[in-house]
Design a protein around this ligand. Structure first.
Ligand code: SAM
Length: 210
């Protein structure tokens, strides 16, 4: 059962992506860095059979996951119907990709009863406020034992004007995700990178379910 705050938050995100979905792919390549790197990090560590991307958006990662892991089953879930529609068009020829329109945590998500080996959050968790912790805990529950959580997202910025700008786009940049990720998961690798000579930082995190 979703709390009232989460329902309002989900509506905000759905409204935001009503327009943003139309310009998403033509703009986000210029600032959502590290998305290919996190897929490389997954491939170096494991050969997953079942991959779940939470907040799959327009399906950028789903397409690349499908190329990298052609024999895996891939599930993309997103709360925005507008984003899912684009992901559907983009991946219509990939038989190993399935899409679900839903907020994460409201229904049981699995692969015909089997748990995912990898759960990917790509530029999603910094948009889930204040519920990011419960989302990470949910992913911990949903992963199979020994499974991996893979995260790429904004980390922080020393410039308050930039943090405020991102906050207007529903993104919180306060290096707030690491404490809970590191507490729940065994760290496989964890890196922080500069974007545009230090205007902001982004990170990749690969963790194993303890
Ligand atoms: C910045 S986009 C990232 C999309 C994609 N992962 C990528 O890397 O291009 C964030 C996505 O998370 C989705 N999202 C936000 N909150 C969600 C929730 N509670 N459950 C499922 N999806 C959610 C949004 O609708 C949006 O498509």
């Amino acid at each position: 059962m979703l709390q009232e705050g989460s329902i309002i938050q989900n509506q905000r995100i759905q409204n935001y992506y009503r327009f943003q979905s139309m310009i998403y792919d033509s703009t986000r390549w210029s600032f959502l860095f590290g998305r290919n790197l996190i897929l490389d990090r997954i491939a170096k560590e494991t050969s997953p059979q079942k991959i779940l991307e939470i907040g799959c958006g327009t399906g950028y990662n789903l397409k690349n996951l499908s190329k990298k892991f052609p024999n895996s089953k891939i599930l993309g879930l997103d709360v925005s119907a507008d984003m899912i529609q684009i992901a559907q068009k983009k991946n219509k020829n990939s038989s190993n990709i399935q899409l679900i329109e839903s907020p994460y945590g409201t229904k049981k998500i699995n692969f015909e009863g089997e748990q995912p080996d990898v759960i990917l959050f790509s530029y999603m968790l910094t948009m889930v406020n204040p519920d990011f912790s419960s989302m990470i805990l949910q992913a911990y529950e949903d992963l199979k034992p020994g499974g991996y959580i893979a995260v790429v997202d904004f980390y922080n910025s020393k410039h308050s004007w930039f943090r405020n700008h991102m906050s207007n786009h529903h993104v919180r940049m306060e290096s707030h995700l690491h404490p809970i990720l590191e507490r729940k998961f065994e760290v496989v690798n964890s890196d922080i990178f500069n974007a545009y000579f230090g205007v902001w930082e982004y990170f990749t995190f690969l963790g194993k379910k303890k």
